[in-house]
Design a protein around this ligand. Structure first.
Ligand SMILES: [Fe+2]
Ligand SMILES: [Fe+2]
Length: 238
């Protein structure tokens, strides 16, 4: 069994220092890997990210993250990657990593993802260049995720995104903003490649549990949804 701890949307900043440290202090006993599904910070600065890394001090299990839209706000993503790298946190941006848990292997493929909406109410790459760029960005990230997932030949596979791959987990979010919360292209890509679990965030007013059209469990692990520092999912492997 592989125990996957997951959280998203911690939006760390100096005034949140100390809020997660105690919960993280027992994480090594409860899980084999920690996934962080984006919005690590409020404004994407190194100072804010350092607060999260300080909270995670003492956590030795593998830590894997994708960025969220907030982490892009200050245009400091390269610096954030360096900081995470130095702290031993693997950042996925359309690629994959493998974690060994005892005799089993867990593959994690990740991307920030992007918006566009869901079946029957989605944008298309048509008309103005800006619209083509918007949907094109989502399509490119979905393609990368498909490739990354397909490259994994592990006992279990998880897809890690910030934006939602289905609307099931959007809960009480207003339907008017669904196109800014996720895209069916991400769900389609994951269904086509296959996975045992999808973890995402971004929809603060969403609900935890959903499923893709292909039957893959989807979990929205945004902090305001979980209302705790993380939750743990158990995967059986093959
Ligand atoms: Fe967020
Ligand atoms: Fe977000």
């Amino acid at each position: 069994m592989i125990r996957v701890a997951a959280i998203a949307d911690v939006h760390m900043a100096p005034d949140a220092r100390g809020t997660l440290r105690e919960a993280f202090s027992t994480l090594d006993d409860l899980a084999d890997v920690l996934l962080v599904a984006g919005d690590l910070t409020r404004l994407g600065t190194e100072d804010e990210l350092q607060v999260l890394l300080d909270e995670l001090e003492g956590v030795d299990i593998p830590r894997v993250a994708v960025f969220g839209n907030h982490d892009y706000e200050s245009d400091r993503v390269d610096a954030l990657v360096k900081l995470l790298d130095a702290a031993g946190v693997r950042v996925l941006e359309g690629d994959a990593t493998v974690v060994r848990v005892g005799d089993e292997t867990l593959g994690i493929a990740g991307t920030k993802g992007f918006g566009g909406g869901f079946a029957g109410a989605c944008g298309t790459a048509f008309g103005e260049p800006e619209m083509k760029a918007f949907i094109g960005h989502t399509a490119a990230l979905a393609d990368e995720l498909h490739r990354a997932l397909s490259s994994l030949h592990t006992d279990a596979r998880v897809a890690l995104t910030h934006y939602a791959p289905v609307k099931d987990t959007l809960g009480a979010e207003r339907p008017e903003i669904y196109p800014f919360l996720g895209s069916y292209l991400l769900g389609e890509a994951i269904d086509a490649a296959g996975a045992d679990l999808i973890v995402h965030g971004h929809a603060h007013n969403g609900i935890e549990k959903g499923v893709t059209p292909g039957g893959i469990p989807v979990r929205n692990v945004a902090l305001p949804v979980l209302k705790r520092a993380y939750t743990v999912y158990c995967l059986l492997g093959s």
